[in-house]
Design a protein around this ligand. Sequence first.
Ligand SMILES: Nc1nc2c(ncn2[C@@H]2O[C@H](COP(=O)(O)OP(=O)(O)O)[C@@H](O)[C@H]2O)c(=O)[nH]1
Ligand SMILES: [Mg+2]
Length: 314
Amino acid sequence: MSDHDQDFETPAPAELPHEDFRCGAVALLGRPNVGKSTLLNAMIGFRLSIVSPRPQTTRHRILGIATNEAGQILYVDTPGLHRGAKRAMNRSLNRAARSAIGEVELAVQVIESGRWTDEDQALYEALAEQKIPRLLAINKVDLAKDKSAMLPFVAGLMEQHSFDEVYYVSALKEKGLKELEQGILKRLPVRAPMYGEDEITDRSERFLAAEMVREQLMLRLDQELPYATTVEIEQFKDRDDGVAEIHAVIWVERDGQKAIVIGNGGQQLKAIGSAARRKMEQLFERKIYLRLWVKVREGWVDDESMLKKFGYTD
Ligand SMILES: Nc1nc2c(ncn2[C@@H]2O[C@H](COP(=O)(O)OP(=O)(O)O)[C@@H](O)[C@H]2O)c(=O)[nH]1
Ligand SMILES: [Mg+2]
């Protein structure tokens, strides 16, 4: 885990562990909600990238690192590309997804089993312009009641599209992941590892702490409200007693939203705080003291300079 004051770790110089050791970056791309973040977490064996049933849960590009004897894969999770990006926030999400494509050795397009939408097609066409190998991961195969119906779906898809290989996976049930991993590894260059073998991300604990709070907002708030919130870490301090003390501000757009986030008698905020704290304790492997505030900043979702302040710059 990286130091919480620094966003990017300097990779340790390393030698090739053996002559066929592979290392490289892979983008997980697809429309919102197909399961990219769940897949990243399953591939690295850590619940690093936040997941909720809502589209646009992922707002930042996030690197998840998986190292084994065969190689080191740097998975780049991205916000899903989506259309009609009117608000500044949505435009920022699209930029993050697009810039990831230019920085990787390989792309995995993730779709939902049995569905190929216009957005899937648009992403496919954007990827086809790149000179990197692309794999198709058909996710959520656990939901397909009739597995035999999948064959005509895939056959139809392959008639009109070319992928280097197709994989059937369930990120949730951890099915088909070894095969996908091998398909990725063999297409990566022979190269020394860029990160230490126990590192799981390039993101700071400070960043991840904000994400853990945001995950609870996505899970617990209704309708549009999660999209009007963001989280800023004002303090992240390791105390002498071994406890990490974290002060976080939940920003909302209006007073009415603030009241909802706090809830009757502070119930909602308390639930958000204790669930986020438990997740942090798992990920950071120490005791956490978390304090939350809710503050109003009108129009932050449409304001490029506020987005910068809140870290939406990638
Ligand atoms: N049944 C099933 N659900 C999945 C699978 N993978 C992801 N999901 C669910 O799909 C929703 C969106 O997942 P998420 O990883 O946030 O999607 P993303 O927007 O592409 O990153 C969540 O509710 C996940 O639990 C899967 O393999 N099977
Ligand atoms: Mg996601």
